[in-house]
Design a protein around this ligand. Structure first.
Ligand SMILES: Cc1cc2nc3c(=O)[nH]c(=O)nc-3n(C[C@H](O)[C@H](O)[C@H](O)COP(=O)(O)OP(=O)(O)OC[C@H]3O[C@@H](n4cnc5c(N)ncnc54)[C@H](O)[C@@H]3O)c2cc1C
Length: 434
């Protein structure tokens, strides 16, 4: 039997692979180019980090992980297993190299440039989700898209200063926000406890059910003629003259013309098979659902000092369910559940929100953890490889993969087709790590 063949293979069926597949297939169709696009997923699509994240589509949070002034804080995180960001102290050369590059990226100039490009792809993505969600509303497949804005709240002066700074940085990018003093905030969001001292409300932000978003985008991709192959793991590559010629998968060999890697937190390991090693580590985070009958929040809420994301899920489909998510623990493929960190999220949410007695008696359900694919400079890698002429990357989306997926897919598509990119591609280039 002759090997399977595809013109373009996308490896990885999370939100990023799905968005790349859809944007690429749509652009090819628009140009009248008939090329077979195949997406390979080693388990089931959408069940990696894209499964149960907070679901926020919030361009106001288009910030890279490394930020100026974080140096001493990050040293503190090494020592505190309950801190919102945690790095387990151990001698691991990969972790050490990553941390070194992370510390170098903590400068004002780099942060401002990163915010500019991350905001651009997040703003495009918000509109793209709105369009897809509207299309799919008419089918039985609702994506739970809602525009409820986003509330940043804090109980400390430092937290409020941070929220104000974010509001100022975002207003420079055309994203409106408004400051709410304590009394106004408690009226606006009655689910909050009086511990909060104030907050900032960003009215234009939205939310979506993350797993439904992956499935919805993939259905659009398939409707355009694309193909998805589940439970197909790529475990090796064959190259000739600086090109990848074949992929060895658990479902046989695939001959390829072009390859796009969208392998999230697995990217470091898979690029090793190509003699490369991209510094992408996992930023482990958790989410869980709680029931809130009397005090379901009206808006998604970010508890600034705890870095906890609270998302009231769509009323029609998910009743009184609220998703709480948080923590970032830098790991190398470690999925172990830390009871201390799970407890810190639950207790942190309870400190700021009015839990009713049912919430307490039922407790949290659907505990989930995912590894955010984190590059040391907090900017994804989107673009062509220097080492292989037919390899492209779209990976390393850290805390922003859901909200920036369609924009990342569009940027990759424009680079791939040699068109003028809609935003500056330079900060995303692969050769900063290759
Ligand atoms: C608690 C938490 C909350 C979050 N909240 C938000 C939020 O509100 N908004 C937001 O924008 N982002 C959020 N994120 C971040 C977001 O979830 C990620 O950035 C995003 O899911 C990354 O998508 P991905 O497609 O790159 O990775 P994944 O979804 O992990 O997909 C990668 C896929 O590649 C597949 N794969 C890997 N290797 C191979 C191989 N060799 N062969 C075939 N397939 C392979 C994997 O099986 C996987 O399905 C959150 C993350 C966490 C953990």
């Amino acid at each position: 039997m002759s090997p399977r063949r595809a013109d373009i293979v996308i490896i990885g069926g999370g939100i990023i692979g799905a968005a790349v597949a859809y944007e690429l297939q749509a652009a090819l169709k628009k140009k009248g180019l008939s090329r077979k696009v195949l997406l390979l997923e080693k388990t089931l699509t959408g069940q990696g980090c894209s499964y149960a994240n907070a679901g926020w589509l919030t361009p106001c949070f288009a910030m890279p992980l490394p930020q100026p002034g974080m140096f001493w804080k990050s040293i503190g995180w090494l020592l505190d297993s309950k801190s919102p960001l945690y790095i387990h102290p151990e001698f691991n050369p990969t972790l050490f190299r990553w941390m070194f590059q992370f510390l170098l990226a903590m400068n004002e100039t780099q942060m401002r440039k990163s915010i500019e490009v991350l905001t651009a792809i997040s703003q495009y993505s918000l509109e793209a989700y709105r369009e897809i969600a509207t299309k799919r509303q008419t089918s039985s497949h609702d994506l739970g898209f809602e525009k409820k804005g986003l509330l940043m709240v804090s109980a400390t002066k430092a937290g409020l200063d941070h929220a104000r700074l974010e509001m100022q940085l975002m207003s420079e990018r055309g994203i409106p926000g408004r400051f709410l003093a304590k009394e106004e905030l408690l009226d606006f969001e009655p689910a909050l406890r009086p511990i909060v001292q104030g907050g900032v409300y960003f009215p234009e932000e939205a939310q979506i059910e993350p797993y439904q978003a992956v499935l919805g985008i993939l259905r659009e991709f398939e409707a355009l003629g694309g193909e998805v192959s589940q439970q197909t793991e790529v475990f090796d590559f064959e190259s000739q003259n600086g090109r990848i010629a074949k992929l060895h998968t658990t479902q046989g060999t695939v001959e390829v013309e072009d390859v796009v890697l969208a392998t999230g937190a697995w990217s470091k390991d898979i690029t090793r098979k190509l003699g490369l090693s991209l510094p992408v580590l996992g930023g482990k985070g958790y989410s869980m659902h709680i029931e809130m009958t009397e005090h379901k929040p009206r808006h998604p809420i970010m508890i600034v000092e705890r870095k906890i994301a609270v998302t009231p899920r769509a009323d029609g489909t998910h009743g009184n369910s609220v998703r709480i998510a948080g923590t970032l623990e830098l790991v190398d493929q470690d999925y172990a559940i830390s009871p201390t960190r799970v407890r810190a999220i639950y207790d942190g949410a309870r400190e700021y929100l009015k839990f009713d007695s049912k919430t307490e008696s039922v407790g949290p359900r659907d505990l989930w953890r995912g590894l955010r694919p984190c590059t040391p400079d907090g900017v994804p890698i989107i673009g062509a490889s220097k080492k292989f002429s037919n390899l492209h990357y779209c990976l390393g989306h850290q805390l922003l993969g859901l909200q920036s997926a369609p924009g990342s897919g569009r940027l990759l598509t424009e680079i791939f087709l040699g068109e003028t990119p809609f935003t500056d591609p330079h900060p995303f280039r692969a050769d900063r790590f290759e």
